[in-house]
Design a protein around this ligand. Sequence first.
Ligand code: NAD
Length: 444
Amino acid sequence: MTIRPRLTVIGTGYLGATHAICMAVMGFEVLGVDVDASKIEKLSAGAVPFFEPGLPELLTKALESGRLRFSTDFQEAAAFGDVHFICVGTPQAAGSEAADLRYVDSAVTTLARHLTRRALVVGKSTVPVGTAARLAGLLRELAPAGDAVELAWNPEFLREGFAVDDTMKPDRMVFGVTSDWAEQQLRTAFEPVLAQGVPVKVTDLQTAELVKVAANSFLATKISYINAMAEICEATGADVHDLAEALAYDERIGGRFLRPGLGFGGGCLPKDIRAFAHRAEELGVGQAVGFLREIDGINRRRRARTVDLVVELCGGDVAGKRIAALGAAFKPNSDDIRDAPALDVAATLHRMGADVVVYDPAAMDNARRVHPELCYATNALDAARDADVVVLLTEWNEFREIEPSAMAAVVRRAKIVDGRHALVPASWRAAGWEYRALGRPIVP
Ligand code: NAD
């Protein structure tokens, strides 16, 4: 029987906490490490500091098993772990499109100084191509164990809202390695995942780094593609919803990520495509992915157009008008508000003088912290009370289930902008609503 390596997970945010918890549930001894002591305290006490379906139950299970602990101590981590997963954030740098690699550099540097025996450091964070090779050099230079410490890259593809399933049974795994030993270590560390038949692609470090940004760029392109078609539909009176459905029958195209609407946001897609375009320029091949700037531009225009549509429904000026904003999270089943289109639209309408009342099933605390200037309601109907326009910004199922006549009874004017093409227009119109969605014709 193979001896299972002991794992550390450095950075216990959305990705790291999920990874640490799932690996412990799958039978590994895991130590989660973060510089944020309050996060470590919460996790140690059994509380997941963010919204992720299924994860709180698994955290309880993992803590009860005795296989999962959390700490802020890197020395303890180095002494404990055989395989160290780097899961810290790589946000967009302030004033630049580049990725901010401070957290990755700091995590690797701090850990390296304590590595006195053979170990594998595995990057999972999304980084610009070439970062792994640089970090491998740092490790060799700083780790007391020198060459006995190796680096591998194992990009992460989990989706918030589906993070547990995506971690336990991903579509595929990518192992970027420079030695057979590193590959073997990864195969052992992911043995319970691979045993389910999950395909694994073994590559060099730079290909592994690229798989992640290439995948996100493709997904962003698909979303912006259909939103570009929405712009054409708006100019011609065509219906982008019908267009998307007709396209989706073609198996070569497929319907996933082909939903028109307010566009993408969150802590990954926007910053990843910008960092990729920036990195390509540094490498002298900026032209190859120059189209990503267009993709970003189309995406940003959706937010502006959604604001325009609300203004139009308010008769040309939102000042003093009451707007109900349904949704704050960047997508449903998440409380993540990083670069959230919903809050962007809500905050813009507020700046234009509207009285904006927000409701989101999970992201209220996060939204309140970042946008204290907005008003918040305790449910969708409360948010809609006396509203001049209701605007659906995040497609939570809860909003799909709203009874149009019940909401019509509480608003001042029955006008709705469906920013996510999530509602059935006929049902809303039948209940007396003026229903509008970008890229769909106006029905008088
Ligand atoms: P996050 O902000 O939720 O978590 C990052 C964590 O790292 C924080 O808890 C922070 O305190 C911690 N940290 C920062 N510096 C540290 C250090 N020096 N040592 C230890 N901990 C440190 O970010 P996230 O969403 O979990 O993303 C992490 C990485 O994973 C990013 O590169 C992201 O692009 C990538 N990723 C995220 C997702 C996702 O859905 N969130 C999916 C795939 C990949």
